[in-house]
Each structure stands twice: as structure tokens, then as C-alpha cells.
Design a protein around this ligand. Structure first.
Ligand code: SF4
Length: 208
């Protein structure tokens, strides 16, 4: 199965998945979307009301803000892959539960494997926790880290900027650094040994 077929297969499985309780409250599952050759993968938390209605990620106010942020670094949403850690809407937009995150993580991992992006941008604490369970977003936002051989850049969720205006500038500043972080990390990766083993401790790139 090639990468495109694998992504399609994940979307198909997600649409009928019953691995966690969230399938009871979903209208449409939201597997994620973007080109197969996307160099950057953005991973948010979970679908909200509008996403649940449309089956697409980041289509509400937070999505509009994300598009604005992408525009500031000369990217369009169609240039990147966008998805969430859980593919079905938690009722009332509550936080996803540990067992729901665990149940859905295999789909996310398969998407990462298929896309093999140059960089993963985590949006919010649940997405960050998938890669760095003990990291605090207030400490690591805007930083690039190597996790299991992949470049992970932590960002606040765009919705956080909409709810807490003081974070908006922080989010904008972090986004502006993204091209530079990816370029530097690519240089570092190319000059280093092959990817760290799967179980090695995540390490922050000292350059940034
Ligand atoms: S959230 Fe994920 S694991 Fe849970 S039902 Fe939806 S697709 Fe399946």
C-alpha cells in the first residue's frame, strides 16, 4: 500500500471506528486533510462543532486564525496536512480522555508514517503530550525538538489565542519562527547520524 492509499485507508477506518466512546457523539469523523507531499503536519486536539458537521479539521474560528497564521509565513492551508489527535468530537468540546487519546493514537501514528513530514507542529497541550507527555506548553512553545527522530515544534492551539488575547501575539511570534526552525533543523538532521532509536528520550535541539 502506498502512502496515499494508507491515508485513504486511515480515513475509511476512522469513519466507522468504534474503538472509543467518542463514536457515539460524532456526526462525521474528521481524519484530517492535506496533500500527500506536505512538508509540515499540524496536529490539533479534536474536532469541534463545525468540524463534526463537515468532517473537516479546523473549519471554525480557530481554523480561520490558523489560515491567517499560515498566510504570514507564505503558506496556504492546502500546502500543509492538518489533523487532530482524536478524530471524533468530544461531547460539548470537553477535553479528550486518556483512553480516547490512547485508542486514537494508532491512526495518528499511521498518518505520520505515511506522510513522513519534514516537521510536525503540535497545536495545544494534547497534541504536544502525544510526543512529550511531561512537557509543559508554557515552557516549550515556539521550540523545536527531536522526538523519535522527528522534528516537533510546539505551539499553542490557535483557539487559545482567540480565548486569551494576550496569547495571540505569542502564537503569531512562534509561527513567524517556524520557517527558520525547520530550515535549521533540516541542516542539523542532515549533518547528524541517522534517526534516534524509537525508545530514546526526546531531546530538544540545542541550537534553538
Ligand atoms: S476518536 Fe478515534 S478511536 Fe475514538 S471512535 Fe473516533 S476514530 Fe475511533
Amino acid at each position: 500500500m502506498n502512502a496515499t492509499e494508507e491515508l485513504e485507508q486511515v480515513a475509511k477506518e476512522v469513519s466507522v471506528c468504534t474503538k472509543c466512546m467518542l463514536h457515539h457523539s460524532r456526526k462525521l469523523a474528521v481524519p484530517g486533510e492535506g496533500p500527500i507531499n506536505a512538508e509540515i503536519m499540524f496536529i490539533g486536539e479534536g474536532p469541534g462543532f463545525h468540524e463534526n458537521e463537515q468532517g473537516r479539521p479546523f473549519v471554525g474560528a480557530a481554523g480561520k486564525f490558523l489560515e491567517e497564521l499560515l498566510g504570514k509565513i507564505n503558506l496556504k492551508r492546502t500546502d500543509v496536512f492538518i489533523c487532530n489527535v482524536v478524530k471524533c468530537r468530544p461531547p460539548g468540546n470537553r477535553d479528550p480522555l486518556p483512553e480516547e487519546l490512547e485508542a486514537c493514537s494508532q491512526y495518528l501514528e499511521r498518518q505520520i508514517q505515511a506522510l513522513n513530514p519534514k516537521a510536525i507542529v503540535t497545536l495545544g497541550r494534547y497534541s504536544l503530550a502525544h510526543f512529550l507527555p511531561n512537557a509543559k506548553i508554557s515552557n516549550v512553545h515556539g521550540q523545536a525538538m527531536q522526538v523519535r527522530g522527528r522534528l516537533v515544534v510546539a505551539m499553542y492551539h490557535p483557539a487559545a489565542g482567540l480565548h486569551q488575547r494576550s496569547l495571540m501575539t505569542t502564537i503569531e511570534d512562534d509561527f513567524k519562527r517556524l520557517p527558520e526552525l525547520i530550515a535549521k533543523a533540516t541542516q542539523v538532521r542532515e549533518s547528524q547520524e541517522p534517526a534516534a532509536p524509537e525508545k530514546s528520550e526526546p531531546k530538544q535541539l540545542s541550537l534553538f
